[in-house]
Ligand binder design. Structure first.
Ligand code: NAD
Length: 308
């Protein structure tokens, strides 16, 4: 296949691009590097991989055939989308529209990287795809949640009106090598603090839960969804649930750090619980995560240790 990956120089996009190249496909990565880094894909450069620095909220033109579009472009970490609220709304709305336009022009399959944040602060637990969510449209985090909800609606409209072959992955917290140390997400923040001997910052009482999916499992899930013929949204994530406090303790133990935890105020609209119901992914894609939190953390710790 010849595949366009928007946001291909980001954390998930660079791993997906690597997988596509390894599987023998050709990748055209479109990325404005607003939160991604060219060094994430430097090792892929060559005949099968090219990066074009481009803001996909503008009209997208790609010369030649395109078989599939993986639309991953969007700031994803709260620190990024709170700093870049308008860019986040634009890439979710205009960027998705332009990427779908490219899919239509090329007759390509289209996969949207959506998010568990479409469920907002969920009133249903664990979250199934049928749940419509509990989002505050005017809250600070609403820029990301609503951008992705719009992106899903636009994807389905293009499917219904223009017959585009679409997929929607609702991605839950994913972690692994190539996350930025300063991107504010809990795992790189805790590991970096632990390795530097600094306090691990916990927002609130640390009893809020999260589920963490290792990047290799996520890439496998996205690839299976791409080649499936399932048009409805699919949750992809790891259903194992940990409190933030437990996560901090585990990271302290795996890094052998003597750092303490430090409690800080809880940001507004921070979801109290988050866990995917992945029965659809199990049934339709035969997919479930296989990498344990310990294994995934060890690989991520090694990466961050080298970065530091
Ligand atoms: P990331 O910030 O590392 O990657 C996003 C990439 O998109 C970056 O390389 C960035 O430069 C690029 N980008 C942003 N706006 C752009 C624009 N207008 N034009 C071109 N490129 C643009 O984030 P990530 O963690 O790799 O997330 C990738 C996708 O997966 C995002 O759509 C995100 O919403 C989704 N997602 C990620 C997670 C997670 O836990 N990492 C969870 C849910 C959903």
């Amino acid at each position: 296949m010849r595949v366009v990956v928007t946001g291909g120089a980001g954390f998930i996009g660079s791993h997906i691009s690597g997988r596509l190249v390894r599987d023998g496909h050709e990748v055209v990565c479109l990325d404005n590097l607003i939160t991604g880094r060219a060094e994430n894909v430097a090792h892929l450069m060559g005949e099968q991989f090219q990066i074009v620095q481009y803001d996909i909220t503008n009209f997208i033109s790609v010369v030649g055939d395109v078989d599939a579009i993986l639309h991953l472009a969007s700031p994803a970490s709260p620190i990024d989308y709170l700093r870049l609220p308008i860019q986040t709304l634009k890439v979710g709305a205009l960027g998705t529209h332009k990427a779908l336009g490219l899919a239509r022009a090329k007759g390509a399959k289209f996969l949207l990287a959506s998010t568990s944040e479409v469920y907002g602060d969920p009133l249903v637990h664990p979250q199934k795809e049928e749940y419509w969510g509990n989002v505050n449209p005017v809250g600070l985090r609403g820029v990301y949640d609503e951008a992705k909800r719009f992106a899903e609606a636009m994807t389905m409209a293009y499917r219904r009106i223009h017959g585009i072959d679409t997929r929607i992955a609702r991605i839950f917290n994913t972690y692994g090598p190539r996350m930025r140390l300063d991107d504010g997400r809990v795992i790189p923040t805790f590991i970096t603090s632990a390795l530097r001997g600094e306090p691990l910052p916990i927002h609130g009482d640390g009893m809020q839960t999260r589920s963490f999916c290792y990047i290799d499992d996520m890439v496998e899930g996205i690839m299976r969804l791409l080649v499936s013929d399932y048009p409805e949204p699919v949750n992809l994530g790891n259903p194992e649930e940990y409190t933030i406090l437990e996560t901090a303790e585990k990271i302290k133990q795996l890094t052998g750090s003597k750092s303490e935890v430090e409690f800080r105020p809880l940001p507004s609209d921070d979801p109290a619980r988050r866990r995917p119901d992945i029965s659809t992914a199990r049934e339709v894609l035969g997919w479930a995560p296989t990498v344990s939190l310990d294994e995934g953390l060890k690989a991520t710790i090694e990466y961050i240790r080298k970065q530091i």
